[in-house]
Ligand binder design. Structure first.
Ligand SMILES: [Zn+2]
Length: 386
């Protein structure tokens, strides 16, 4: 496999993905998948990214994945979302991924993922259970106060806290630069702020071309999303290189993004904002932990997903419609990734305790971040932060 051509084609794929999601373009991603698959099938390397991508861009997976990406496509005029049809396609996708992982001598797709991961499934499950338990009181109070159910989760999240003090994305970036003294990291960053696309997304689409999309920052939840995507952008700027390393272990970069996000929150937000953002985090931790645990269990037992989903959600949130499991994000390219968000939060808090012990002051956060995280992006093993 020619790595230079692969990187170029991979960036084109990411650009098309971006344009579809943000600019309303309609690139046929199956064509990009075919080009990438052609490259990947020539590689003999056993690296996780190569092996996983060979499955994700496989023609049979590509067809299902591209179909499942937008759940609007399963809408019917009479009854809204056709859960049954979507459920069939998700289970088909899981089966196909399993078959392909077996060709690489893994017992299943999940076994392959877990083999590449430094944190093992049993430890992930324990850490998530501990987190859900630890935050139970606070979470229940919030659920009661805002009348949150699993079904109305995102709508209610936007109602937590006041409108942010700073709602202009460019001004927030300037504040991050000033407070953390990160230089001109935004030189190659293009912003797209609009309510017409998804609420948050960051993608590198070429050398020196990093894109960040966000809804207008009119709620605390949106401020949090923006700071999270900005963290991805900062990591991508610091990691910028022209080798395959930039694509390695993408899930792990989620943990690092959560770590950077917490530092941005600690350095640019007011005390009141930090309190509300933490409340949102507590609710997100629970929702994403459920997503991760559900996905793990569904991989082991494919029958009756609704019952399984209900049994996991009911302990944490009121739930009206258990059929909702089909819109969880693992149906797309985020398979087996949900755990990295709550675990990222655990890592962020661990690092904050270390900074406390080291007596790192707020104004020293930028240099701490550069020395300990951003300056060693490629070598850092996020599992050691947990
Ligand atoms: Zn992220």
């Amino acid at each position: 496999m020619n790595e230079k051509t692969f990187i170029k084609d991979y960036h084109t794929y990411q650009k098309h993905l971006w344009e579809n999601l943000i600019d309303g373009a309609s690139h046929d991603l199956k064509k990009d998948d075919a080009i990438l698959y052609n490259h990947l099938s020539q590689s003999k390397k056993k690296k996780p990214f190569i092996m996983q991508s060979r499955i994700e861009h496989h023609p049979d997976v590509s067809i299902l994945l591209r179909k499942l990406e937008a759940f609007e496509r399963y809408d019917t005029p009479a009854q809204g979302l056709d859960h049954a049809r979507m459920s069939q396609d998700i289970l088909k996708l899981m089966k196909k991924r399993d078959q392909l992982a077996k060709l690489h001598n893994f017992e299943s797709y999940k076994a392959m993922h877990m083999d590449f991961d430094d944190v093992k499934e049993i430890n992930i499950k324990t850490m998530l259970a501990v987190l859900i338990k630890k935050e139970e009181k606070k979470r229940q109070k919030l659920i009661r106060k805002y009348r949150i159910t699993y079904d109305n989760f995102f709508k209610k999240l936007k109602m937590i806290g006041p409108r942010p003090k700073h709602d202009d994305a460019t001004l927030i970036i300037d504040k991050v630069k000033r407070k953390l003294q990160l230089g001109s990291f935004d030189k190659h960053l293009k912003l797209s702020i609009s309510k017409d696309h998804i609420s948050g997304y960051c993608q590198k689409v070429g050398k020196n071309d990093i894109r960040l999309a966000s809804h207008p920052i009119v709620s605390m939840a949106q401020l949090k999303t923006f700071l999270h995507e900005l963290s991805h952008a900062i990591i991508k700027v610091y990691q910028d290189d022209d080798t395959m390393t930039q694509f390695m272990r993408p899930q792990k970069f989620e943990i690092l993004a959560c770590v950077v996000e917490q530092i941005l929150i600690d350095s640019v937000c007011t005390v009141t904002e930090r309190r509300h953002l933490n409340n949102i985090q507590v609710l997100e931790n629970a929702r994403l932990s459920i997503s991760a645990l559900f996905e793990f269990d569904l991989h082991d037992k494919r029958a009756e997903p609704e019952k399984l989903f209900e049994s996991l959600v009911r302990d944490v949130f009121p739930l009206d419609d258990p059929k909702l499991w089909v819109v969880d994000s693992f149906r797309t390219t985020d398979a087996l990734c949900a755990q990295y968000y709550p675990l990222g939060h655990v890592a962020a808090l661990n690092l904050r305790s270390i900074r406390k012990l080291e007596k790192i002051k707020r104004k020293q956060l930028g240099s701490w971040l550069e020395t300990n995280i951003l300056g060693r992006i490629n070598e850092i093993d996020p599992a050691t932060l947990l």
